[in-house]
Ligand binder design. Structure first.
Ligand code: DSN
Length: 420
């Protein structure tokens, strides 16, 4: 089956134009949002495959619709590959994305009103870790731990003290803007101390764990690990829950029929192929290079005078305090960088006095640049461009001149699947 974009162009030119425009934007700009990446080219094939047509409520061998010979085959492949790659006793590959994935864990393991100890959103946690604006934040009692000055790292003694005070049912670690490695042994010990389940949401770093560049919480006896599949892992949009066998039944029941109906089988086919590719030696090299690139980018930014949250990075992401560094807010920085072809996102910093749409920081990372094959020299150049742009956020001609140089760099580093 080979459906070309020509058909879309003739039947819906408006949608076609948006697709082509987005493709150009991704090809001709530097994608620095740390949760974004370029999927493995094989994923475009599975996403657009006939599996998109198929309903498959239920699980392998226990479905509510007929015609499941091939859906069962790909879901089994995805499950077995996930278990092998992450050394997990059980895997559920059906969550549609990160939010339903974490919601299913809460619904499986908690009763309404139960307490979860999780990282504060502005300190690097995530919306689905019980932010008051989220539905889960209204159903369960999320108590938040924070990072501590002066270094901005997690204060594990404080986490233990809070755990002893609030007696959570789940101790949750995992972050979307915390640039440091997590001490999983400490989190496991804290959960044991208060008799809680220990859960890690490694959505951002799932690919780096798969590639062996960062530690795997499951090696430290965690009960549950969740990860999205489309960030550092380079798969289709989706989520995955890995857990101990003792929790398998309740987790599966919470995903289906608890939270979801039909799984997206085209995404599960993409997860299966992604997990095969992520087990290959080339992906190990990729994961290490993501970390090396992030360290170099952070060091260069600091050499140019930038203030970074926690003073650097140990993973793939960096948070710049742009108020301190350039006396501009995160929205101004994001817009200026966008014009220069450098895509980042505005970001709140710990206990940010500013509102979320005009916060004090920007967040960036190296997974997508590394997918294009960029290395140390390119990181130095990117840091220089970023600083130049943020020093002159109103200077449109300078920003456009930077973008012209960005385009030249991009032309030398094709996007797998788009340019080759
Ligand atoms: N939106 C993702 C991120 O940027 O971290 C997580 O939901």
């Amino acid at each position: 089956m080979q459906i070309s974009l020509d058909l879309l162009q003739s039947s819906d030119p408006e949608v076609f134009d948006a697709v082509v425009g987005e493709e150009r934007r991704q090809r001709e700009g530097l994608e620095l949002i740390p949760s974004e990446n370029y999927a493995f080219p094989e994923v475009y094939a599975t996403n657009g495959s006939v599996f998109a047509n198929k309903y498959a409520e239920g699980y392998v061998g226990r479905r509510y619709y007929g015609g499941q010979q091939f859906t069962d085959r790909i879901e089994s492949l995805a499950i077995e590959r996930a278990k092998r790659l992450f050394r997990a006793e059980h895997a559920n590959v059906q969550p549609l994305s990160g939010s339903p994935m974490n919601q299913a864990v809460y619904m499986a393991c908690l009763a309404p009103g139960d307490t979860v100890l999780a990282m504060d959103l502005s300190h690097g946690g995530h919306l689905t870790h019980g932010a008051p604006v989220s539905c889960m934040g209204r159903i369960f009692n999320f108590v938040r731990y924070k990072t501590s000055p002066p270094d901005g790292h997690i204060d594990y003694d404080a986490v233990l003290a809070t755990a002893r005070q609030v007696r959570p049912k789940i101790v949750l670690c995992g972050h979307s803007s915390y640039p440091r490695e997590v001490d999983y042994a400490r989190f496991r010990a804290i959960a044991d101390d208060v008799g809680a389940l220990c859960m890690a949401d490694v959505s951002h770093v799932g690919g780096l764990i798969a590639g062996g560049a960062l530690k795997n919480p499951l090696d430290f006896g965690f009960d549950i690990m969740t990860t999205t599949t489309h960030k550092s892992l380079r798969g289709p949009r989706g989520g995955m829950i890995l857990c101990k066998s003792s929790l398998a039944k309740q987790i599966d029941a919470a995903v289906f029929p608890g939270m979801q109906g039909g799984p997206h089988m085209n995404a599960i086919a993409g997860v299966a192929v992604t997990l095969k590719l992520a087990a290959e030696p080339a992906f190990k090299a990729y994961a290490s290079q993501v970390l090396l690139n992030a360290r170099i980018l952070a060091d260069e930014l600091m050499k140019h005078g930038c203030t970074l949250v926690t003073g650097g990075t140990e993973n793939h992401l960096i948070v710049i305090d742009v108020v301190r560094s350039f006396n501009i807010d995160g929205r101004v920085a994001e817009n200026a960088l966008d014009l220069a072809g450098l895509t980042v996102n505005k970001q709140v910093i710990p206990d940010d006095p500013r509102p979320p749409l005009k916060p004090s920081g920007v967040r960036l990372g190296t997974p997508a640049l590394t997918t294009r094959g960029m290395k140390e020299p390119e990181m130095k150049q990117v840091a220089a461009w970023m600083v130049e742009a943020m020093r002159a956020p109103e200077d449109e001609s300078k920003l456009r001149a930077i973008h012209a140089q960005v385009r030249e760099l991009c032309a030398r580093f094709p996007v797998p699947g788009l340019d080759s």
